[in-house]
Each structure stands twice: as C-alpha cells, then as structure tokens.
Design a protein around this ligand. Structure first.
Ligand code: UDP
Length: 362
C-alpha cells in the first residue's frame, strides 16, 4: 500500500510523527506499505516547522509545496494547485490527512477528485462554530473522507449522525497523545528556565493565536493586561505565535508578570506545560496534552471541538472575556482544580491501530 501523508502546519507535524513510526514498524514486520511525505509549506518558520521535524525525528519531506501564507482562499487554492500536480506525478493508494488546517481540506479535495481514497485522522470533531476556519475544514474534509479515525466516541457519533458508513468510522484514540508518550522521557527545560527563575508550579503558560482573541490589537492588549494581574505570585510565560506577534508589532508594552518568549520546540514546550501551575490558551491540541499531563487548562473560547477534555474535568471553557476569565480563575484559586482523568484509548497506541486498520482494508 502506498500512502501519501500530508502535513502543513505545526499541529500536523506532531500528529504525523507517530503515524510514520507505525508505518516503519509495519515495514520491519514485512508488511507491504510505503509512504511519501508531502509538506505543503503552510507553516515555514523554523520555530513552527523544521524544529519539529528535527526533534520528533520526522523524515525530510519528499516534497515541499512551499505555499506559505495568504488569505484563506489564496492559501487553499495554492495548496490545491500544487498538490494536484504532485499527486498526478506520484500516484498512491491513499492520501492520509490529519487535523483541520487548510492543507487538510485542500489535499482531501484534490485526492478525491483524482479518485484516490482519503483517510482523515482526527475526524468527526466539531465545535459547531463556523466562524473558525478549522470548523469549515473539518466539515468539508469529513464530507469526502473514505476512512475516518476518531479520538472520541462523540466524534464517531457525529460522523454516524451525518450518515458516514459505520464500517469506515474507527475510534482509535489520539495520535497527538502517541507523540506525547513517545517523547515524555526526552522533554527538557528550555535555556531560559534559570534566567526567568522558573520553578515547578510557579508559572502559568499562556498561548493565544485564534483570530477572535488576537486580531483586534487594543482588545488583545487589554486582555493581556488583565491576565498579567490575574494572580499575584505567578509568572505568566507567553510563547508568542508569529501571528500574534505580528499584530502586537514591536511595541514595548510593560507587563509585571508576563514573560514573552519565542514559540517553543516540542520538547521544551511539553516540559513547560508539565511543570506549570495552569495553562490559559485558545489552542485545541494543548487542551488534550494538559488533560493527559493533569494540568488545569482554561480555554479562551466559547466552545470546543474536544468536549471530552471538559467533561473529564481538566479543561474549562472560559469564553473570550477577561471578566469571565477572572471569575473562573478566581474560583480555581479558591477551590483548586476539578478532578480529572485520561479519556478512553488515549494510551499512545492510536497510530498502530490506524495503520493496522488501513492494511486490513487493502
Ligand atoms: N506547541 C509547541 N510549542 C509552542 C506552542 C505549541 O510545541 O510554543 C505545540 C503543542 O504541542 C500544541 C501544538 O503545538 O499541541 C499545536 O498548537 P497550536 O496552538 O498551534 O494548534 P491548535 O492545537 O490550536 O490547532
């Protein structure tokens, strides 16, 4: 079986690493399976791309489509044009896409129109919020996917409600968590750990990059000032996404507790999360990692496509207002974290399951 794997953006790289490891394991066991890795070039900053390939031992892509940034339509169109040429030159049995970025949707459409089967890893999750480009990517990708691999029973149910063939909907667990388990012994403190006097539980991690939170500069600054004074005795470590940095510009804003640092590599970032007091974020992936690491997570969004992180107790959906954050966080400081646990099948074996199922479909 020839599989073309698509990766375009930071969260994709983290998700494909264990899938590639699982393919290599099958090859070592004598199975007839090979892969071609296509990097669409959606994320091209070293900090968001190369670092992850190096740290997670992901092979060099066979091709980089180098689409870079652009508006939603420009980027999606550029990926489609470039990937169509690539797929016609290098046909395969299956195109495997992960997550919910523009590359996920664009490459699925191209594959399907070239009569190539599509497998979607992390299928079926829904926030119900069509103001997020990711939600549109999820819906469109799932509408033409052949083989669905889900992280939760609720994601599988979403797909079944939409009429997907139950024989092709597979609840396998979470590849992002496979990566976490595969690398947990390698995580390491970043160089600035001592310089900023970080210690276990004396800091909060902050990440913000979704348009709703960062696109309006004055509300972003107001939110940051509010977060700066949320707790007296904790530093706030903010690995700032290039998108957010571009909006804040180079302006020197004085904060008491917030420490701005560059986007972190995976091994440093997981170390920072694991040792933090709490996490405030608008990321979906981070709320999964905090769930497994047992770190209280506060999501600055009105919804989540990962409801299991909330029902299990580790993730609290705050909304986007500072006032809500102050209330919810105040409650947490007073009463402590909610009891939490690890969702079903988030056991580090999702990628193995995916490749075994695909080889059975042949
Ligand atoms: N991440 C990282 N360094 C950082 C911020 C994030 O390694 O400075 C990792 C982290 O593992 C997270 C993943 O990148 O789960 C995806 O984060 P992002 O917020 O970009 O994507 P989302 O989960 O919102 O799709």
């Amino acid at each position: 079986m020839k599989i073309t794997i698509i990766a375009g953006a930071r969260p994709n790289f983290i998700k494909i690493a264990p899938i590639i490891n699982a393919i290599k394991n099958k090859q070592n066991q004598g199975f007839d399976v090979s892969f071609r890795l296509v990097h669409t070039g959606q994320h091209y900053d070293k900090n968001l791309s190369d670092t992850f390939f190096e740290e997670l031992n992901i092979p060099k892509p066979n091709v980089n489509l180098e689409v870079k940034s652009g508006s939603q339509a420009e980027q999606t169109a550029a990926i489609m044009i470039a990937f169509e040429k690539e797929l016609l030159q290098n046909p395969c049995d299956l195109v495997l896409v992960v997550g919910d970025v523009n590359s996920t949707m664009a490459c699925s459409i191209v594959a399907k129109k070239c009569n190539t089967k599509v497998a979607h890893v992390e299928a079926g999750i829904r926030s119900g919020d069509l103001t997020m480009p990711e939600e549109i990517n999820r819906m469109l990708t799932d509408s033409i996917t052949d083989y669905f691999f889900t992280t939760s029973t609720s994601a599988s149910e979403n797909l079944l409600k939409l009429g997907s063939n139950p024989e092709n909907v597979h609840f396998v667990g979470n590849v992002m968590i496979d990566t976490l388990y595969q690398n947990i012994d390698r995580i390491a403190a970043p160089d600035f750990w001592q310089e900023h006097q970080l210690n276990e539980k004396n800091y909060i991690i902050l990440t913000l990059h979704r348009p709703g939170n960062v696109d309006e500069v004055s509300s972003l600054i107001e939110l940051l000032h509010g977060i700066d004074t949320l707790v007296d005795n904790k530093k706030i470590l903010f690995p700032i996404h290039p998108r957010t940095q571009a909006i804040l510009g180079e302006s020197e804003i004085k904060f008491k507790n917030i420490i701005f640092v560059a986007p972190q590599g995976y091994l440093n970032f997981m170390y920072l999360i694991k040792n933090s007091f709490a996490v405030i974020t608008d990321s979906g992936g981070i709320s999964e990692e905090t769930t497994v690491l047992g770190i209280p997570c506060f999501t600055m969004r009105n919804n989540t496509e990962r409801p299991e992180t909330e029902t299990i107790g580790s993730n609290t959906i705050v909304g986007t207002s500072l006032e809500n954050l102050q209330n919810v966080f105040g409650e947490f400081l007073k009463n402590g974290a909610r009891k939490s646990g690890i969702p079903e099948l988030w056991d580090g074996k999702a990628s193995e399951r995916i490749i075994s199922i695909l080889l059975d479909k042949k």
